[in-house]
Design a protein around this ligand. Structure first.
Ligand SMILES: Nc1ncnc2c1ncn2[C@@H]1O[C@H](COP(=O)(O)OP(=O)(O)OP(=O)(O)O)[C@@H](O)[C@H]1O
Ligand SMILES: [Mg+2]
Length: 341
């Protein structure tokens, strides 16, 4: 496939996503009635196809457009070969950075359904401004291991085409490794299963018919709002214990299902001790979360919550200086930088 074909496909995808923002996702839920959609148990699985696992046999139920099909075969072929998935069932959501698909799991997976987050090719990805988040992070390879080869590190710093490819992979690997760390730590995140060059595989939140809606489209009654709020705060607290800040946390990146929540979307994760903007980023996460809960009728003091959580983990609250205004050649700027660590 040449670049023009790719561009045409992703343009089509953009048009499509404008008209159908979230495919199959939950409609705006009525104020909580106490009834939640039933969760699908492993025994509810409709059927698992006998799998001939060679990549050439990978065909799926989802009716993909021509280029999308090519893109999926390329991105998910390894998951198929390694029996992580047997089928792609439907697209849940197309985004500027990645699209998420509901898949039928293979023999290696202990869940009724899985979600594949498939990133756009690097050249067509609508990059979040990733520089701010990458500060202090060691880049990872496609297996999630730290890149150590000087030539690779140099290529990334020089932003060569190869370096940009490595950077793209590192971004995806961070999402997967973060899910692994946080899942182990007991944070409410989808269970991660596998990482590929261009995609990650995780537990699907929702059931065969409906994908879990983001909390932003859910109206909670006051009691449940309080419960979910405490849960989110507990999650943020555990993340800090494990030296992680989400970096793009808001009710849009929290899925709500059956009275439970799952935090998603971690490629931009920030390490508090190595990023000089970490306090600002952390504070912004907390403010956005509190905006949602205030709209649900809760009395939230975002600034106090952010300061309390931050300082309880031994971090200092600094005056806000954007690192882009710091010059490593100036001693006073270097001092400001070091103070923030
Ligand atoms: N594990 C999952 N189970 C079910 N649905 C999911 C899962 N992960 C993601 N989704 C759906 O896909 C959407 C996009 O996922 P995510 O936020 O990780 O990607 P993104 O590229 O950052 O998208 P956006 O730019 O819209 O935030 C989510 O809002 C949700 O609707
Ligand atoms: Mg998101």
């Amino acid at each position: 496939m040449n670049t023009n074909d790719y561009i045409n496909f992703f343009d089509e995808l953009d048009d499509f996503d404008e008209s159908e923002k979230v495919l199959n996702a939950g409609k705006r839920l009525p104020r909580n009635t106490g009834r939640h959609p039933k969760k699908l148990s492993v025994t509810d699985r409709v059927f698992v196809r006998e799998q001939d696992d060679s990549r050439g046999n990978f065909k799926f139920t989802y009716k993909a457009a021509r280029f999308e099909e090519w893109w999926l075969l390329d991105s998910l072929g390894n998951f198929y070969e390694h029996k992580w998935i047997t089928d792609v069932l439907k697209r849940v959501k197309g985004g500027k950075e990645a699209s998420v698909y509901q898949c039928q799991p293979g023999a290696e997976v202990d869940a009724p359904l899985v979600a594949a987050k498939v990133y756009r090719p690097r050249s067509l990805r609508n990059l979040k401004n990733d520089g701010e988040y990458r500060v202090g992070r060691v880049d990872l390879d496609e297996d999630g291991n730290a890149l150590v080869k000087q030539a690779d590190i140099h290529a990334i710093a020089k932003r060569t085409s190869y370096g940009e490819e490595l950077r793209h992979q590192s971004w995806i690997a961070y999402e997967f490794k973060t899910l692994e760390t946080l899942f182990e730590a007991g944070v409410d995140v989808p269970k991660p299963y596998a990482l590929e060059k261009n995609a990650i595989l995780m537990e699907f939140v929702g059931d065969a018919v409906t994908a879990a809606p983001p909390l932003s489209s859910v109206a909670l009654d006051v009691d449940e709002a309080q419960e979910i709020y405490e849960r989110v705060v507990r999650n943020i607290d555990i993340m800090l214990t494990h030296n992680r800040i989400h970096g793009d946390l808001s009710a849009y990146n929290i899925l709500y299902w059956d009275g439970d929540i799952k935090l998603i979307d971690f490629p931009q994760v920030v390490l508090p001790e190595s990023n000089p903007s970490s306090w600002n980023i952390f504070q912004r996460d907390v403010i956005r979360v509190c905006q949602y809960f205030s709209a649900q009728g809760m009395d939230c003091d975002a600034r106090k919550l952010a300061v309390d959580l931050w300082t309880s983990h031994g971090h200092k609250v600094f005056k806000e200086v954007d690192p882009k205004f710091l010059d490593p050649e100036k001693p006073e700027d270097r001092k400001a930088w070091n103070q923030r660590k």
